[in-house]
Design a protein around this ligand. Structure first.
Ligand SMILES: [Zn+2]
Length: 421
């Protein structure tokens, strides 16, 4: 806000020009900095509805537990993030922690260890808490993170049993940063077998868990159990990554399955595939729609181009709105609206889940009101290729006038035949 004295009761509707239904430029200039005014102007207002709440931490505008958790975590760790920025010398170590091959939970543990915010005796004391400073396991030295993870006798035994190569002169007695630097370096040493050099995050994690077990339950794991647990969990995690990668590979394989092909609408319905091509530098949009019946025969198709379309989001909206208006003008009904733009098709299918898109929905709702029945369907590019190809031609030829024709264009007849199957 630009003005130090602001009206706390101010609503979005106070910033609108109710005659034009658009933003009141004067009111915006009065209250916001120029950069913010530009951002606001890009968002189409919705003057016909009361102000409503929008959750700004995801695209749809609807609150989700996932985005809530994300925000909670970021707010919680704000101090830590600031501290990290102020300590460039260990930032590269922290960076390595984020890039370590391990689960997110353990990455966070490594990062918190390097940030010295894991609650061991000496960090708690530094925060003014009265605690027994000695290591609960050996009772010989102060409990620091470095002692716990590297130099206490249980840690020494675990590292020795793990076969992880030891530093020439043993782990550094004081500096956890030196020791982490060594671990990160060793983890990239291809002369050491991968399962050994990559197990260190789990070893550190189970040393920490072991310390908590002793503190809260009064018992400890044996050193060899800690090593077994670390290797077992690491193996399970690496196996899961392998499966994930294989899954992704399957998802990305070229589309040949019948599932991704264009499908005919059921009897008594027609299907309208619409497509668009937007050229950012020229701000040009080419759009097309095709209506086919349950035999797969083309009833009508149309194409046209639009100038001065400023964003991809606007292009998507213009293409869909034009298609719907055209279908209504041709008195078509019982329509399946199919396209590649998953967002807008989901918005019209379930507007309450997408409050950020209320303006777009209100625009589209007035078009959809012309139909007694309609459904929406998200298509792959392959299934939508006919509409996409015509949109491309409309863009290239810059057909400013809407062009409607019966049947399908001759030059694409083989694609249409292929779709029909
Ligand atoms: Zn100890």
């Amino acid at each position: 806000m630009k003005n130090p004295l602001i009206d706390l009761e101010m609503k979005v509707s106070d910033l609108l020009d109710h005659e034009t239904g658009d933003w009141n430029r004067e009111a915006l200039d009065e209250n916001f900095f120029p950069g913010d005014v530009e951002i606001i102007l890009k968002k189409k207002p919705v003057p016909s509805v009361e102000d409503f709440w929008c959750w700004k931490h995801n695209r749809s505008g609807e609150y989700t537990v996932r985005s809530g958790n994300w925000l909670a975590l970021h707010s919680m760790l704000k101090e830590e993030f600031q501290e990290a920025q102020m300590q460039p010398s260990i930032n590269c170590l922290k960076d390595s922690a984020w890039h370590t091959l391990t689960s997110p939970k353990i990455k966070m543990f490594l990062w918190r260890t390097l940030s010295q915010i894991i609650p061991v005796a000496n960090t708690l004391k530094a925060r003014g808490m009265k605690v027994d400073q000695l290591c609960q396991h050996c009772g010989l030295q102060d409990e620091t993170l470095n002692h716990l993870l590297f130099t206490c006798d249980v840690a020494r035994q675990v590292w020795a049993l793990s076969n992880f190569p030891s530093p020439m002169n043993g782990f550094h007695p004081e500096s956890i940063f030196v020791n982490f630097h060594y671990l990160f370096q060793m983890s990239t040493n291809i002369r050491v077998p991968k399962d050994i050099r990559c197990c260190f995050p789990w070893i550190l994690w189970f040393l920490w868990k072991n310390r908590n077990k002793l503190l809260f339950e009064g018992s400890e794991f044996k050193a060899e159990d800690i090593v077994h647990k670390a290797y077992d969990e690491a193996a399970v995690w690496f196996e899961a990554q392998k499966l994930d990668r294989e899954g992704e590979k399957c998802d990305n394989e070229p589309v040949s399955s019948a599932l991704r092909r264009w499908s005919k609408p059921p009897r008594h319905w027609v299907k309208c595939n619409y497509g668009y091509v937007w050229n950012k530098p020229a701000k040009m949009l080419g759009a097309a729609w095709i209506v086919r019946d349950h035999h797969g025969d083309t009833i009508l198709h149309s194409r046209r181009s639009f100038a001065d379309v400023n964003s991809k989001q606007e292009a998507q909206l213009v293409a869909l709105r034009w298609s719907l208006d055209s279908l209504a003008a041709h008195r078509l009904d019982r329509i399946i609206i199919a396209g590649e733009d998953a967002t807008l098709l989901k918005v019209i299918g379930r507007p309450k889940a997408w409050p950020s898109f209320t303006s777009e929905f209100i625009t589209l709702r007035s078009c959809l009101n012309h139909f007694t029945s309609w459904k929406s369907k998200v298509e792959s590019r392959f299934a939508n290729r006919c509409a996409f190809s015509i949109a491309k031609s409309a863009h290239q030829l810059q057909w400013g006038q809407s062009y409607v024709a019966r049947g399908c264009p001759q030059w694409l007849s083989s694609l249409f035949l292929d779709d029909k199957g």
